[in-house]
Design a protein around this ligand. Structure first.
Ligand code: UDP
Length: 150
């Protein structure tokens, strides 16, 4: 089953959006298989955002993402990588559809509340950065038959 890495950034935590965001993924039918609440070390954040190294916003992004607690999660389910990106919205909240998380709750690109992996490769890479195999729990849910046809 497909998995993606989702993180509620420091602004999402401060703005009390943890419950709202988790509820959206749960209600969609996706399964939370790993979660941790941490203030990321700069080295970890740098690894996560290494594709942006050298860009103008990079150091500020690392300052921000390490500035307070974040909620790091792995969500599992059919099509979860692409669907989570739709649920999250565009990088710039003002260009995001209303109904998406960034579209509903954000204004500025540097305060866009949430991260979600953008491809299978980045999902696998990011999950490996933030979680060990022992921290991921794939469990049977009695709701599975109500969410999936098979
Ligand atoms: N970002 C920023 N300024 C920019 C572009 C990006 O602060 O001009 C931050 C923003 O938090 C964004 C993150 O860098 O979410 C990663 O950028 P990416 O283009 O990968 O966007 P995402 O995949 O998060 O939508």
């Amino acid at each position: 089953m497909e998995r993606t890495f989702i993180a509620i950034k420091p602004d999402g935590v401060q703005r009390k959006l943890i419950g709202e965001i988790i509820a959206r993924f749960e209600k969609k039918g996706y399964k939370l298989v790993a979660m941790k609440y941490i203030v990321p070390k700069r080295e970890l954040a740098a690894k996560h955002y290494e594709e942006h190294k050298g860009k103008g916003f990079y150091e500020g992004l690392l300052d921000f993402i390490t500035s307070g607690p974040i909620v790091a999660m792995v969500w599992q389910g059919k099509g979860v990588i692409a669907t989570a990106r739709k649920m999250i919205g565009q990088t710039k909240p003002l260009e995001s559809e209303c109904g998406s998380i960034r579209g509903d709750f954000g204004i500025e690109v540097g305060r866009n509340i949430i991260h979600g992996s953008d491809s299978l490769d980045s999902a696998e890479r990011e999950i490996g950065i933030w979680f060990s195999e022992e921290e991921i729990f794939d469990y049977e849910s009695s709701l599975d038959n109500w969410v999936y046809e098979k």
